[in-house]
Design a protein around this ligand. Structure first.
Ligand code: PLP
Length: 477
């Protein structure tokens, strides 16, 4: 890069200095995050009002740009990395993943093909093969042995959409009209299932009832298939949720797989959140039968200390994926085209261009090692269990769904309004944030433990808030 005086670029020495300054800024952010108000006190439009209406015509000073992190960005931040963040599911990060992201941004390699990014491609092949073993998944999903293989994507929604596209492609190739294809998921499946199915052109999307534990009801699934067949429709795709968003319910993969196989359906597993927990062997029974699915997605960017975006998509037979997506125009042909050792990831998802996402994951897996990652996950599950026990022993509260991992779902026995008021009071503290949810007209509170900086003392503080704000009920002793 030129350092000549007339270069439009930031001089390399300035880049070095501002880079150090920004690392300091971020290090201070991580160090002091516990002291920040967890949600901003602003209204829609407040941040925009601080910004000029048009882009600058002339270059601005880096000092001014950096200063606006404090003046413009911070006032509008919902601090997902605050240790009192128990809302939604966690948005993973670690100092190490940030460093990997930083380097990947600077290298700015474009990984559409092996030939355009050999290191990025082979590191991605390798870390995803490592993860197959680390998570106890079928070794045939390893790219080095096949027939399966993994690819990094932006989000679990992308992976789910892709599995629907592959399923549709093969059903249509088999002679079934697109408008006869049916996709199935439980009533509790994530909205990305319906969205993906709609985008993939499915005209029939079935929400299957759940059982008392909010898992897909297999009898109801079979019954619906019978009705659809009777109507001349083609059961094509089904999703097993390995951890639903509302309650982390685990659909029974094995019986769903048997039905899917009988009807020649594509079976996808959505383990967006819960997949990270499979690094601990003691949780793998929750996805019993996983070796029978056709595809699987999970997000290291949720619970495996790797910042957004980093979502894994595995297929049990990669030829089905590649046959669906591969188009080789003359301008992309090169000497390695067709060489099985040179994976061209452009054939594995919708975008052509792709960034070096694997670098941060590689940094994380090496810097923590499996042992520390396991204890990270286990500590959250232990704290969730402790909180659940406290709530279960207190007659003011009731647990509304079986806890499988580090999500606790509870309500106040006083009913919906009392439960909502309790959630509002806790969130008003400014130190803690959790999200309410509703199933079958029953309001409840989700406590999702998984933020990078959360310690046991933050669960203690949360319990104090619940205890203090949970009004006595007529049952309370
Ligand atoms: N599936 C489940 C079970 C989820 O909980 C979520 C998000 O929380 C998603 C899919 C969507 O994930 P993404 O934001 O990576 O698309």
């Amino acid at each position: 890069m030129s350092n000549a005086e007339n270069s439009p670029h930031l001089p390399i020495e300035d880049f070095r200095n501002y880079g150090y300054q920004l690392v300091d800024w971020l290090a201070e952010y991580f160090r002091s995050i516990d002291d920040k108000r967890i949600l901003p006190e602003i209204s829609p439009g407040d941040i925009r009002a601080m910004l000029p209406e048009t882009a600058p015509e002339h270059a601005e000073h880096m000092e001014d740009i950096i200063a606006d992190l404090d003046h413009v960005v911070m006032p509008g931040m919902a601090h997902w990395q605050h240790p009192g963040w128990f809302a939604f599911f966690p948005s993973g990060v670690s100092p190490v993943s940030v460093l990997g992201e930083f380097v990947a941004a600077g290298l700015a390699t474009q990984g559409m093909m092996w030939s355009t990014a050999p290191a990025a491609t082979e590191i991605e092949n390798t870390v995803l093969d490592w993860l197959v073993d680390l998570l106890g998944l079928p070794s045939s999903w390893r790219i080095d042995t096949g027939p399966g293989g993994g690819v990094l994507q932006m989000s679990a929604s992308d992976s789910t959409h892709l599995s629907l596209v592959v399923a549709r492609h093969h059903a249509v190739e088999a002679g079934h009209p697109t408008d006869s294809l049916v996709a199935y998921g439980s009533e509790q499946a994530h909205s990305s299932i319906e969205k993906g199915a709609r985008i993939a052109g499915f005209r029939h999307i079935r929400s299957i009832p759940v059982d008392a534990s909010f898992c897909l009801n297999v009898d109801a699934f079979e019954k619906q298939i019978g009705l659809d067949l009777a109507d001349g429709l083609i059961p094509t795709w089904v999703c097993s949720a390995v951890g639903t968003t509302s309650t982390t319910a685990m659909d029974p993969i094995r019986p769903i797989a048997a039905i899917a196989r009988d009807h020649g359906m594509w079976h996808h597993a959505d383990a967006a959140y819960a997949g990270s927990a499979m690094i601990c062997p003691e949780f793998r029974h929750l996805q019993d039968g996983v070796e029978l699915v056709d595809s699987y997605t999970f997000n290291p960017h949720k619970w495996l200390l790797t910042n957004f975006d980093c979502s894994v998509f595995w297929v049990a037979d990669r030829s089905k994926l590649i046959n669906t997506l591969s188009i080789l125009p003359a301008y992309l042909k090169n000497e390695s085209s067709g060489n099985p050792a040179a994976i061209d990831y452009r054939d594995w998802h919708v975008p052509l261009g792709r960034r070096f996402r694997a670098l941060k994951l590689w940094f994380v897996l090496r810097s923590y090692g499996a042992e520390k990652l396991r204890s990270f996950v286990r500590s959250h599950v232990d704290w969730a269990e402790e909180l659940e026990n406290r709530l279960a022993l207190d007659s003011r509260f009731e647990i509304v769904a079986p806890r499988t991992l580090a999500l606790v779902c509870f309500r106040h026995v006083g009913g919906n309004e009392t439960t909502k008021s309790l959630a509002n009071a806790i969130n008003a503290s400014g130190t803690t944030y959790l999200t309410p949810s509703v199933i079958d007209d029953t309001d409840f509170i989700r406590v999702s433990i998984g933020s990078t900086w959360t310690e046991r003392r933050h669960i203690e503080a949360l319990w104090e808030l619940i205890d203090m704000n949970g009004p006595p009920s007529e049952y309370h002793l």
